[in-house]
Design a protein around this ligand. Structure first.
Ligand code: V47
Length: 384
């Protein structure tokens, strides 16, 4: 049953569909041809989720066989104080309002140390756009973490945070990224991309940098040797054209830089946000984003199912619909839980492995750069 990418034999069962729009797309996928904007729309508009999933799974197995990556990480959110009052967000607070917090550096380093017994390989560090914290706070935060945890990869600051820090420090984006890299940032997470279309951005996050600025910041990060991830927030006021446009723009950036490692579709959680009247995403739509992402983003190696927002059950199913990566142990999550997520705060490594095995896949622990991690008791080795 199991295969690796090297020994992959296609199609355990033939492709079948009752949706004629999918037939020419299937020919392209099987012939390894790039899909067009219209193909993306047809995939979104098809109700034949099994056929769309078959195609996405075909690509996923062609690339990775049964291998399914997971990682042992910890999220750290140094502050929830944020000048941008995005309608999509339940996490940000204005300064000096109830629930607002900002960690002193010692506190952030202590947070990093707690739960460290599982030999975390990555700290995922993101937070609000704080009006007063100086750039030096973030440089010290990072260099302090590097000093204390030299073997841990620091995946820190979204493109939105980088652009904000640059403005505050009166530096160019390139200089800002170079200083962050020198302090110890190893790569950047994919957040803040939301949906690039301006009409949508004006509704959900009108204070954030625009789509082109997000892409420009990512481009510069890649140019100076920092890999990054990319996301798409779906299930709010966007339509199918907006989603395909978002995917095509990510694909174009990747053609140029090759710096995107992973695409992570993020389901909008409306609770406690100004958009709480919107309905929650459905299982069908969650699975669709994974599958269409895999099919459209032919040049991005990995598609991540983030169980915190998909739920472990949907994330597990998505491993048969295009996803090859299950993130992660996480330990403590604030952004979705403030917005009503009912998933647990973290998951143990053994539980992630069980979910992957029960999906008929082979779990491989990875570091942030997708190098396999070998473990014995409390230590780990990264295979380079
Ligand atoms: O940037 C904020 C989104 C992102 C809500 O790179 C919301 O490996 C849903 O980017 N409902 C943060 N989404 C999470 C993120 C991420 C997660 C896991 C892995 C990686 C990675 C990145 O969450 C934000 C924003 O796009 N977000 N509020 C909400 N109410």
């Amino acid at each position: 049953m199991s295969s690796t990418a090297a020994s992959y034999t296609p199609a355990r069962h033939p492709f079948e569909t009752d949706d004629p729009r999918l037939r020419p797309i299937a020919d392209k996928v099987l012939g390894q041809e790039r899909l067009s904007f219209e193909d993306g729309l047809a995939l979104y508009r098809s109700a034949d989720i099994l056929a769309v999933g078959w195609l996405a799974n075909h690509v996923r197995e062609r690339m990775w066989g049964d291998t399914t990556f997971f990682n042992v990480n910890r999220h750290i959110n140094p502050t929830n104080v944020c000048v941008a009052a995005c309608r999509l967000c339940a996490f940000g607070r204005k300064k000096d309002t109830p629930g607002a917090y900002t960690m002193a550096l010692d506190e952030a380093w202590e947070t990093a140390a707690s739960g460290y017994s599982e030999a975390v390989t990555e700290f995922h560090i993101v937070g609000g756009l704080h009006p007063d914290l100086p750039f030096q706070y973030f440089l010290d935060l990072i260099s302090g973490l590097k000093e204390r945890f030299p073997q841990v990869h620091l995946k820190a600051f979204t493109m939105v945070e980088v652009a904000f820090l640059a403005k505050r420090a009166k530096l160019s984006i390139r200089e800002t990224l170079e200083q962050l890299k020198a302090a110890g940032v190893d790569s950047l997470p994919g957040g803040g991309a939301e949906i690039f279309n301006e009409r949508v951005r004006r509704v959900i996050c009108d204070h954030k940098i625009d789509g082109e600025q997000w892409l420009d910041t990512a481009r510069i990060a890649h140019q100076i040797g920092l890999k990054s991830n990319c996301t798409m927030l779906y299930g709010h006021v966007e339509n199918e054209e907006d989603r395909v446009d978002h995917l095509v723009r990510l694909r174009a950036l990747q053609d140029e830089t090759g710096g995107l490692q992973t695409f992570i579709p993020l389901a909008f959680h409306p609770d406690n946000t100004p958009l709480q009247h919107l309905p929650k995403t459905t299982g069908m739509s969650d699975i669709k984003q994974i599958a269409v992402g895999r099919l459209m983003l032919d040049n991005i190696p990995h598609i991540k199912a983030y169980w915190q927002m998909l739920t472990p059950k949907i994330a597990q199913i998505s491993l048969r619909f295009g996803a090859d990566d299950l993130d992660g142990t996480v330990i403590e999550e604030k952004i979705y839980h403030d917005a009503g997520a009912t998933t647990p705060q973290g998951m143990r490594r053994q539980e992630l492995e069980r979910l992957i095995r029960e999906a008929g896949r082979v779990p491989v622990e990875r570091d942030t750069l997708y190098r396999p991690v070998l473990r014995n008791e409390d230590s780990f080795t990264v295979c380079v």
